[in-house]
Structures are given as C-alpha cells and as structure tokens.
Ligand binder design. Sequence first.
Ligand code: FAD
Ligand code: SIN
Length: 521
Amino acid sequence: MQKRVDFLVIGSGLAGLSYALKVANYGKVCIVTKTELPESNTRYAQGGIAAVTYKSDSYEKHINDTLIAGGNMSKREIVEMVVSDAPARIKELIEMGTNFDKKNNGEYDLAKEGGHSENRILHYKDITGQEIGRSLIEQVKKHPNILIKEHYFAVDIITQHHLGEIITRDTTDIECYGAYVMDMKNNKIETIISKITYIATGGIGNIYNVTTNPNIATGDGIAMAYRAKAVIENMEFVQFHPTSLYNPGERPSFLITEAMRGFGAVIKNQNGEKFMKKYDKRGSLAPRDIVARSIDTEMKISGDEFVYLDATGLNFTELINHFPNIYKKCLNLDIDIIKNPIPIVPAAHYLCGGIKVNKAGKTTIKHLYAGGESAYTGLHGANRLASNSLLEAIVFAHNSAMEAKDLIKDIKFNTIINNWDDYGLTLPEEMILITQEYKELEQIMTNYVGIVRSNIRLKRALKRLSIIHKETEELYNKSILSPKICELRNSINVAFLIIKMAKRRKKSIGLHYNVDLPTQN
Ligand code: FAD
Ligand code: SIN
C-alpha cells in the first residue's frame, strides 16, 4: 500500500509533536509512532525546561553555563541561538495550553539544577514532560491536517538506494522520499511517500542495562539515517543521570529529578558522608558527568550497590508540594523521603550526539530533517546541561518548520517507489534469540562502554559486538520483519557508532571518560 503526505513525522515526543503542529498549516502531515502517542522520553521528563525568564538572569549566564557543562565543545553560535530563542518558544508552549508552576506572587517558580548558575527551570510539579505532552497532544488531535498513526513502526527511510542506485558515504546528492513503516497490528509494511521527512525518534537508553528511558528508546531513527548514509556525530557522549532510584528489576529506572538537589537534597555514601565536595567544589550540584562519575568511583571503592540522596531535614510541606510524584512513588516502596534518604544509582539517560543537522534541523540528506534527542545540533558538546533538551527540541522543531514552509511548494512527490519486498521466514526460535542478543548487547555496553571506559574495554566491546552483529544480520535476513528484530538491529547499529567514536577520541572530555587518555582542558 502506498500513501502520500507532504510531511512525514516519525515520533510523537516533543520534537515530533511541535514540528507537526507548525507544519500542519502548510500541508498534510502524518505522524507515525511505534506505541501510543504519549509514550516517549518526553512523557517522563521531570525537572523542566531551561530558559531565561527574569532580569536577575541573563542570556550570557545561560550561554556560559551551557558551554561550561559541555566541556567547551558546544558550538557557540548554536548555543546563542537556542538560549535567545527560548523565551519565544516557551511562550508558544504556554499559548498552546502548557501550565508551568507559579509562586503566590504570580511569577514563575523557577527551579535550579546541576551546572546552572541561576534558578531558571520552568516546571510543572515533577511531571513537566507529561504536562507538555498533554497540551500538545490535545492540539495535534484537533488539527484537521494531521493524521495520527499509532503502533506504526518506521523501518527505513526511502532514498535512491530503493530505486536500485548504488549509494555510498561519498554520494553527495542522497535524497529522502519518505519511509517504509510497519502497521504493527497487521504486520504489514506500508510505503509512505513524503515531500519532507522529519525524524524525531528520541534516544538510545535501552542499550544499557540501567536506564531512565522507556523501552521506545532504541536508537531507531539514528540507525535508519546511518543506513541511508547520513552523517552521524558525537555518539560517544552518552549521559548517565546520577540519581535514578535504586530499585533492582524496575525498568525503566525511576528518576529522582536533579531539581531535588537544586532544592537542597545532598548526595551521601552509605556511611552518611557528603562525598561530592571531594570531587568538585560545586558539590551535589556539579554538572552531571562529574556527579555520575564521582558516584561510580565511590561505589567502586566501597563495593556498595547504591548511594543516597538525602532530602530529610528540608521543609517537608514544600518538598511534597514540589515533588508529589516522587514522594508517592517512594512511599509505595516504603521510603518516606521526609524521614529516609533515597537509595540512588546512575542510569543511562540521554544521548548528546546523533544525526548531524544544521541550524534548521536539516540532515546531510536532502528533504530529511531531524530533531530532538535523535539529532546532533551542536548545543550540548561533550555533556548536556540539565533541562536543555526539551528546549533544544522546540527551538529546532520551529526552525525546521520555518524552512519547510518555504521549501514545500517546490518539492514534487517521487512516484516510482517500489513497495517493500516482504520475503522471509519466521523462525520458531526467533523471539528468544532476539531477547538473548539484546541482553548481551546491554551487558557489552554496560560493562565496557559505560561511565568509565578504557582502551581495552572499548576494544573488547567492539569484538563482542561484532559477534552479535553478525548473528543478528543473519537472523534479520531470513526472518519476516518484526519491530523486535528491527529494534535489535538498530540498537546494535547505534552501539557500534558509540564504540567507534569513543575509540576515535584521543582525550577524555565530558561524558567520554577513558582512564588511558589525558583529560582535555
Ligand atoms: P522522545 O520524546 O523520546 O520521542 C520519541 C518518539 O519516537 C516516541 O514517540 C517513540 O515512540 C517514537 N519512535 C521511536 N522509534 C520509532 C520508530 N521506529 N517508528 C515510529 N516511532 C518511533 N530533558 C529536559 O530538558 N528536562 C527534563 O526535565 C528532562 N527529564 C527527563 C527525565 C527522564 C526520565 C528522561 C528519560 C528524559 C528526560 N529529559 C529531560 C530528556 C528529554 O525528555 C528528552 O531528551 C526529550 O524529551 C526527547 O524528545 P524527542 O521528541 O526527541 O524524543
Ligand atoms: C531531571 O529532572 O533531573 C532531568 C533533567 C534533564 O534530563 O534535563
């Protein structure tokens, strides 16, 4: 079956939804999403969205904080653009119905997180992502130009390769004509031909065995773009959030927002020692790469499986008012955060790299754009500043939409696309093999490509990964397509890119910490 739309949007997190709403004024939009519309990393965002709101803060301060957290590897012009566009984009979110908490005097209640020199995080309780998603989904569902396809899995983007042409990484005029997507309820592959395609498929957390990311985060968009020969960059910078709730077996790991540290909670080891000042003078509110690494070191020294985040002694009425969801969650596990410290561990959280895009979100492939966590924009450098991710998603979605509005009139549909060749055999043992390979992948990435790396660990990771890569490709080639085999294959693709880029980097910087390398200043 073939379908034509002006804009194909893959993913329904903040990047996909906000882009769809903007371009819907200029043509027909189709959003495909692999589970239900709200399910995304966006939905789980707690702390909030960073922006300069009041005079006591300034663009200069937010720019500097972003550059410092990113190990001075961010692109300054991108940082300046994002920071200065933030107030306008946030105003639009508010106009679309998003609520942010206010104080009694009517001013926004701004929170503080690690690496921020000011209180500048707009938030809604401790469920900011859910609130943003709610308001955008309401708008998307009402829009007459937007078709929503839930339980549709994007398999591959369509380029000249699918017309039989030979495409290599040196081909300069690769063009995107849409995507092959699987209707997951009927197991049928549909061809969606589009004038412009927007990848907004989010992150990769599930390649690690402890992650804050829901199970949709398997790097699909990045892997699709890579297979289509788009340029991918900065994949070695995987961010581990320092404070996820220690609750073995729970997946995703429940996040304890950094805003709780901004509120006064401190990290301690199991002896009650506030160890963070040993590692950084900013203590518990140092940037994430430093805090996660320090916790990792402490746990290795002590042999303990977790450390604590201690919020006892803080004003409990305000604590519960600010963090009602965390309070409830912990109480269900018999942890009363007013009286007990919270056991925490670092967890894979965010990917700073991704599909390389320019200021307008354009990839290196014609008519293919990318945004949100799947894109590498240059904002985060070697480590993302807290609450800059939601911001990046809306700023770049806007820019991409503005470029699309001018472009769309001149793009014609490609009318000679073949449908997907659905040849294959389902093997009875296929599902268990896929599950086993996925477990092995998580082990490889966790053991060898985690918070602390070394040359030998990276070498071993690549060797082990090549084995499961080969086995998975064999399985893929003889199986009827399923989302699970696609996710496994995509995750192996992104893991390969992370290891390859980690091996290539010759200094430790930000989130890439290799004990065998000198530190880049
Ligand atoms: P997502 O929101 O992850 O959306 C991706 C979408 O793509 C999903 O709908 C998914 O189903 C779909 N998809 C994926 N693959 C396919 C496929 N093959 N076919 C079809 N659809 C597909 N950032 C902040 O700035 N502030 C915070 O407070 C904050 N808190 C966070 C808390 C948690 C627990 C987590 C996990 C992240 C947090 N982040 C935060 C990071 C931030 O939430 C994400 O980086 C951001 O929401 C990413 O948005 P996105 O639109 O790019 O992707
Ligand atoms: C958090 O609330 O700690 C997450 C914020 C982020 O990832 O930016």
